[in-house]
Structures are given as structure tokens and as C-alpha cells.
Write a protein that binds this ligand. Structure first.
Ligand SMILES: [Zn+2]
Length: 335
């Protein structure tokens, strides 16, 4: 009897363990899922995949809120499937953090069914420029895909290979997604802030202006002190400053430093914490002073050697953004 009981317990344990591991993970070639709280997941772009940006989702209790929809419908479909498998609940809301292509191209996977929520600036941008921008991208995507296939073959260092894989995923996403792309703008807009009160938790969206772009939305979970920052924060890689207002972005980041935040899911890079906000502020300070020095010396960012890039930024990913940022800041300085 005792033996039987033990073997029964053993069977139950195996089944329970099996079920537990199934419901806690989801495998996608496009992103890795990181559980950062009960019912709170960060979806982090996987090298070579078609997500390109990070996203995430939050179980509000009866329904799920998703933050950003990736560059491809393939990655967005995986995210939707992950939500079904991990929560068993419907997606009610999809947030668009800003209007860069890698955060919005998977919108059509969630709507209809979910409402897409963002600021009126982001909705207007997609209505005015969305189709035209996608058509432009489609016109060169196939050519660039071939270019990066060759680039990957010829890459010598692991760093070069990583970069070629990133661009391969980027252009593959466009080539595969765009033939069936439907520009799907937000159908709900808010100004300043909006809070969702779910049975499990509340979640707040806050709009900041003149930062990474004209309008950026963050998702804040006050009880868990988790911030989904969109592209206001990049971690371990050069941010892209050239579509926004670097001094406005710095002010926003300084304001965020005052918030109770334990965990940050950045727009790009690994999950981090408040120190990464500080690192972004220091980066902008560094880039502004470098641009000023170049201007004084009558040089352009193209005159810079990699060795002149200060540590630790030399080792950050997306090095190509460094020169683009300096050029942008250089142009902002009045002669
Ligand atoms: Zn962006």
C-alpha cells in the first residue's frame, strides 16, 4: 500500500512538474520570454529573429495587455500564441509605444479582437505616413536581404556575425511580412496618462513628448515597480537619438529616475534596472560633449576612429548609431 502510494505520488509529481514547465515557457525563434512577475513577461528580441524590438505582456486578471507588436507578423503571432499558452486569457489591449516600424508592424495580428491604444500623435503618424513608409521599406528590403546574406558569409568576427544576423532578421521580417501587411493604426488614443484597473493588478500608460520621438508611451506597473520603457531606454547598446529631441529625452529620463522602479524592460537590450536610466543620461551627456568638441575642431563624426569612442560605449551594440547620433547632435549645434 505504501509502495503504491509512493509510486502514485511520483506519477502525480511528474505530471505536475510537466504541466508547470509547459505553462512557464514558450519557445520562439524570434524572442525569449522572461517572466518578471506573476503574469508579467518581457519578450526579448532573439539574435537572428524577426522581432527586432522587445515587447511584453501583462495579465490584468480577466484579460491581457500587450506592449508593442514587433517588426513582423511572424513574431507577433508567436507572441499571441505565447499569451494563449501561458495565461489562457484574451488580449484586450495592445499598446504602441511609438511609431518606429519595429514596434508596430505586428499590429494586425491582434486586431480586431484587441483595441490598439496609443497617443493621437502616433495614430496620426501611422495614418499619414504608415503606408508610404512601408512601401518605401518594401522597395529595398529584398536587395538588402541579399546584401546581408553575403555579409554574414564574409563576417570574420563574432561581432560582425551578430550584426549581420540582426540585419538579416530585420530585412527577412520585411520581405515576409509586407506582402500581407495591413497598416493598423491605434483605434483608442489618450493624452498624458490612463490606468487600467484589472482584477489582478493595475497598469498605467504615460505619454512623454519630445524624447526618443515626438511621442513615446511607457507602461508602468506601480505595485510591482516595473517599467516597460519602449525606446526611451536602450540597454547595452547605442540608443537611436536622431528621430527625437535628445535634451527632452534627458529631461524625461531624469524624471523617471525619481520613480520607484525595480525592473526595466527596455525597447532594445536585456532586462535591467534603474542604473540603466542613469547610463542613458550619461550617454546623452557624452554624445553631446563629443559633438561639441568635433564642431570646435571643425571635424565631422566620419573623421572619428573607433578608438576615439570612449569606454564603455565602444563595446555597446549598434555602433553605427553612434555616428548617426553625433551627426544629428552636431547638426543641432548652431554655428
Ligand atoms: Zn524607436
Amino acid at each position: 500500500m505504501r509502495k503504491l502510494l509512493i509510486s502514485k505520488l511520483f506519477v502525480v509529481l511528474i505530471i505536475t512538474t510537466g504541466t508547470y514547465s509547459f505553462s512557464q515557457s514558450f519557445d520562439s525563434p524570434h524572442f525569449t520570454l522572461e517572466r518578471i512577475g506573476d503574469g508579467i513577461y518581457a519578450a526579448i528580441h532573439r539574435s537572428g529573429g524577426q522581432a527586432i524590438c522587445n515587447a511584453g505582456f501583462v495579465d490584468l486578471g480577466e484579460e491581457v495587455l500587450v506592449f508593442d507588436s514587433f517588426l513582423s507578423t511572424a513574431a507577433a503571432r508567436d507572441l499571441k500564441q505565447a499569451i494563449i499558452e501561458l495565461t489562457g486569457k484574451p488580449v484586450r489591449w495592445l499598446v504602441n509605444s511609438h511609431s518606429h516600424n519595429d514596434h508596430i508592424r505586428g499590429n494586425q495580428v491582434f486586431a480586431p479582437g484587441a483595441s490598439i491604444i496609443s497617443s493621437s500623435e502616433i495614430r496620426d503618424y501611422l495614418l499619414k505616413r504608415g503606408k508610404e513608409e512601408a512601401e518605401e521599406e518594401q522597395s529595398y528590403a529584398a536587395g538588402r536581404l541579399v546584401f546581408y546574406q553575403l555579409e554574414l558569409q564574409e563576417s570574420k568576427t563574432e561581432e560582425e556575425k551578430q550584426l549581420a544576423r540582426m540585419w538579416l532578421g530585420y530585412f527577412e521580417a520585411m520581405v515576409e511580412t509586407y506582402p500581407d501587411l495591413v497598416i493598423t493604426p491605434p483605434d483608442v488614443v489618450f493624452k498624458d496618462t490612463i490606468t487600467f484597473y484589472g482584477s489582478k493588478r493595475s497598469a498605467t500608460l504615460i505619454e512623454f513628448q519630445h524624447g526618443h520621438m515626438e511621442s513615446d508611451i511607457v507602461l508602468y506597473l506601480p505595485f510591482e515597480q516595473i517599467l516597460f520603457s519602449g525606446d526611451l531606454v536602450f540597454i547595452g547598446m547605442h540608443p537611436y537619438l536622431a528621430d527625437g529631441d535628445p535634451s527632452g529625452l534627458k529631461q524625461t529620463l531624469e524624471a523617471l529616475l525619481e520613480w520607484p522602479i525595480k525592473t526595466i524592460v527596455p525597447g532594445h537590450g536585456d532586462v535591467g534596472d534603474k542604473e540603466d536610466i542613469q547610463a542613458m543620461i550619461q550617454y546623452i551627456d557624452m554624445a553631446e560633449s563629443m559633438a561639441g568638441e568635433l564642431k570646435l575642431q571643425g571635424k565631422t563624426p566620419d573623421d572619428l576612429d573607433v578608438a576615439e569612442i570612449p569606454e564603455p560605449y565602444r563595446d555597446w551594440k549598434f555602433l553605427m548609431f553612434y555616428k548617426a547620433n553625433l551627426q544629428f547632435l552636431n547638426d543641432l549645434i548652431k554655428d
